[in-house]
Design a protein around this ligand. Structure first.
Ligand SMILES: [Zn+2]
Length: 228
């Protein structure tokens, strides 16, 4: 009797892990949602994430700063830009950073059909695979916009959606001006907490702020690492 109860529990746990994705941590991942907003709040680990690359103008310089500061990050790359810049993509990977999926063409997914959504995701996974790059099983929708079709598609493709709980606001504002680096650093440090996932972009303003940002995060006692 006891053995059969145990067996039911094992089957249930296996089913739960398979259904809800690959990198599951019960501390912060609810059974209902395949979306991660932050990591465990129990450890002083935080993660830097860079969206929208790779580009020859910015990405190598971001990599240089990360190298100098001995910091690892996760890059959510756009598939058609990976195809255009395979050497930079390989450099990201060879530097020990994680590469994840940010769709093929950076369209708003909530305006696409079910088939188009599936294509936007698997085409990016496929081009990374063709370069021999082991993609982390993470996906981030452009602009953070998603619907049930997007959730179904990432589940089908074995991915977990990774959002963020700290937004650096490092994009160009409606005025056309970038946020000054002091503003970016202050904005991050004001909301940073253990387990935070920080949203950054492949942009000049991010690059300008990055050395000070990394120093500030370290000075506050955090460890910067990969999403786990
Ligand atoms: Zn983006």
């Amino acid at each position: 009797m006891k053995q059969s109860v145990l067996w039911v529990m094992v089957v249930f746990c296996f089913h739960w892990v398979v259904v809800d994705g690959v990198e599951i941590n019960e501390m912060y991942q609810s059974q209902q949602s395949p979306v991660i907003w932050h990591m465990s709040r129990q450890a002083p680990l935080v993660a830097l994430t860079f969206d929208d690359g790779p580009t020859p103008e910015i990405t190598p310089k971001i990599l240089q700063v990360l190298l100098e500061k001995n910091v690892s990050a996760t890059f959510f790359l756009v598939g058609h830009m990976v195809l255009r810049h395979p050497m930079i993509t390989r450099q990201i990977y060879n530097d020990g950073h994680h590469i994840a999926n940010h769709t093929w063409a950076h369209y708003r997914l909530d305006e696409l059909s079910k088939d188009q959504i599936q294509y936007q995701i698997h085409a990016t996974s496929d081009v990374l695979d063709s370069l021999g790059i082991h993609m982390s099983p993470f996906f981030r929708p452009p602009g953070g916009r998603f619907n049930q079709w997007v959730l179904d598609a990432i589940k089908d493709q074995g991915l977990t959606m990774v959002m963020w709980d700290v937004n650096a606001g490092d994009y160009v504002r409606s005025s056309g001006k970038n946020s000054p680096q002091e503003v970016i650093v202050r904005r991050v440090m004001r909301t940073l907490q253990p387990g935070s996932i920080i949203l950054l972009h492949n942009s000049q303003s991010t690059l300008d702020a990055l050395p000070n940002l990394i120093d500030s995060i370290h000075d506050a006692g955090y460890i910067i690492g990969h999403i786990e």
